[in-house]
Design a protein around this ligand. Sequence first.
Ligand code: HEC
Length: 239
Amino acid sequence: MRSISMKKIAMVAAVVAVLALTFWAASAPAAGGTAAKKVAASEDNAWRQVTACDQRKTVVVEGYPDDRPLPEAKARQVAALLSDLMKYCSEEVRARITREERIYLSVNGSPFVQFVPGGPLPLLPVQGKVPTPREMQIWKAELARTVDEGNKLFHNSKLGTNGISCDMCHPNASNTHPETYPKFQTQLKKVALLRDMINWCIENPLEGKKLAEDDPQMKALEAYILTQRSGKPLETGKH
Ligand code: HEC
C-alpha cells in the first residue's frame, strides 16, 4: 500500500516536471501572441518572429524588436535556419535563437531540443508528404478546367466589341511567344509581361476593356497560351 502511493507520487512529480519543462520551452515567447508582442516594445525582452513561406516553420529571434529589420548577418542566419527546417516538409517546426546564440527546435509541438548549426538535425527529417492519387487528379482537373476556360475566351469575341477574337490572328495561340516574357515591347515603351500584351490586344485589335491582373479570365487566357507552348524553353527578352 505504502510503496504504491510512493510510486504514484513519483509518477505525478515526473509528469509535473515534464509539463513545466514543456511550458517553459513553449511559453517564452508564444507565437504571434499580442500580449507577448507588447513585451517586445522593451528592448531587453524584444523578439521577432519570422515565418517560412509554407507558414509551418517559424523562427523566434530573441533580442531583436519587431519594429525594424534584422541586421543582415542575423537575417542570413534566420534564412539559413528556415531553409534547413524546410527538410521537415509538411511538419510544424518552431525554432528559437536565444540571445546566447543557442538554437532550440520543437517539431509538431514536441518539447524543444537544442540544435547545432551545421550539425545534423536533432530529429529525423520527416518524409515529405507525397500527394495522393486523388489530390493529383483534382489538381490536374482544376488546371484542365482553367485552360479550357482560356481556350473558350481565346475563341470568343466577347472580350472585345468588334466581333474579332484572338484566334483569328493567333490560331492555336501561334505568335504569342509567352516564353519570351518579360521583354521590352515597343508598343508599350516598357518592359512588359505576357498579361500586358494580352491586354494590349484586347484594347487594340478587339477594341475591348482591359482585364484586371487578377481577373480569373486573365489567368485562364495565360493558362491557355502557356499550355499551348508547354515544353518550349524560356527565352526571356527574346525578339
Ligand atoms: C487583328 C489581329 C490580332 C488579334 C485579333 C489579336 N492579336 Fe495579339 N497580336 C497581334 C499583333 C499584330 C501583335 C504584335 C506582335 C508583336 O509586336 O510582337 C500581337 C501580339 C500579341 C502577343 C505578344 C506576342 C509576342 O510575340 O510577344 C500576345 C501574347 C497576344 N498578341 C495575345 C493576344 C490575345 C490574348 C488576343 C485576344 C484577346 C489577341 N492577341 C488578339 C495581332 C492580333
